[in-house]
Ligand binder design. Structure first.
Ligand SMILES: [Zn+2]
Ligand SMILES: [Zn+2]
Length: 337
């Protein structure tokens, strides 16, 4: 029996590198040699027992790699093909699925959450969850396909129109992706707000027109760079303060996209009169239905730059420690098994 190393979530607070048998692909499945798998906030939530999972499970859901074996029935992928994985497996039979809202599937299963995922040397994925990476898209960039796909879904819902002013609150990996997508959507002005100078600098390098330090107050106030308000405000932090800030910055007729994930039970104070007066739309966005293919196409066309977002690469052995004690000042950490 051939074995591999995998990072297994065993119980809340208990994550360890384990030796496991290399799985064999069954019908309509492929076996992938994982090249890169990004660490996401969800992985930390799983580790702290804040996410519904069934341990033991190999975590990691943002991954890309090379197909090394295919199961019966797989005719259009073969050994050597580079792929990025869509981790979200839907049932196709529940009410949301039958209404076309597959990302709200009641029986959603996810590779790396409740089925074995990508923090391992090898991973099994159903063929239909794999997106072939074209030449020119590295496997390392392939690990960014899943988060980029989430951002594309958010942009679809935000509805940026040509010539709009867009503000992205939060210059982490997700905020930097959303800011780039806002430019592609034809925004006249894209502002990125973040307290950290290095993130503001990165945003400028990646094409943001304006950056803002929230310590300097409200950019939509009289005399500010976006006086009069912002047509689409995208919150990419998931905190009480920034959720409220997004509503305050929105222009009349504007849209507020609450993209950052807040913990369940977390409440934000909203002044309904502002929503009325400004006729605001507050929009949520959940995962990435049917957007992985578009994410791959954007990377292939070099319209989105993801490489500078990956600021640290670690091995599997370092992952449990990294999840327990996150390295400071990183944008995106990728595990290279
Ligand atoms: Zn994620
Ligand atoms: Zn379903």
């Amino acid at each position: 029996m051939q074995t591999m190393r995998a990072v297994v979530f065993e119980a809340p607070g208990e994550i360890a590198v384990r030796e496991r048998a290399i799985p064999q692909p069954l019908t309509d499945e492929v076996l992938i040699r994982v090249a890169a798998c990004g660490i996401c906030g969800t992985d930390r939530h799983i580790m702290h027992g804040e996410f519904a999972t069934r341990p033991p499970v190999v975590i990691g859901h943002e991954y890309a790699g090379t197909v090394v074996a295919v199961g019966p029935g797989v005719a259009d992928l073969c050994e050597g093909d580079p792929v990025a994985v869509d981790p979200n497996i839907v049932c196709g039979q529940c009410r949301p699925c039958l209404r076309g809202q597959v990302h709200m599937c009641r029986n959603l299963a996810a590779l790396g959450v409740n089925q074995d995922g990508g923090f391992a040397e090898y991973a099994i994925a159903p063929r239909k969850q794999c997106h072939r990476l074209p030449a020119g898209v590295s496997l390392r960039d392939g690990a960014m396909v899943e988060p980029l796909a989430c951002c594309i879904h958010g942009m679809d819902l935000a509805g940026v129109r040509t010539g709009d002013r867009v503000a992205v609150i939060g210059g982490g990996a997700i905020g930097q992706l959303l800011a780039q997508l806002a430019r592609l959507s034809g925004a006249a002005t894209v502002l990125v707000s973040d307290m950290v100078a290095a993130r503001r600098k990165l945003a400028r390098e990646l094409g943001a027109d304006l950056v803002w330090d929230p310590a300097d107050g409200d950019p939509t106030q009289c005399g500010g760079p976006l006086a009069g308000g912002v047509d689409v405000v995208i919150e990419a932090v998931g905190s009480r303060i920034t959720n409220s800030q997004a509503i305050a910055w929105a222009a009349p007729g504007g849209t507020v996209l609450w993209f950052g994930v807040t913990p369940p039970g977390h409440l934000v104070e909203v002044e309904p009169n502002l929503i009325f007066e400004k006729e605001l739309r507050i929009q949520g966005a959940r995962i990435n239905p049917f957007t992985h293919g578009r994410a791959v196409d954007l990377l292939a066309a070099r319209r989105v730059n993801v490489a500078p977002l990956i600021t640290l690469e670690i091995g599997l052995e370092a992952l449990p420690g990294e999840l327990a004690n996150p390295s400071p000042n990183q944008t995106k950490i990728v595990v290279v098994p």
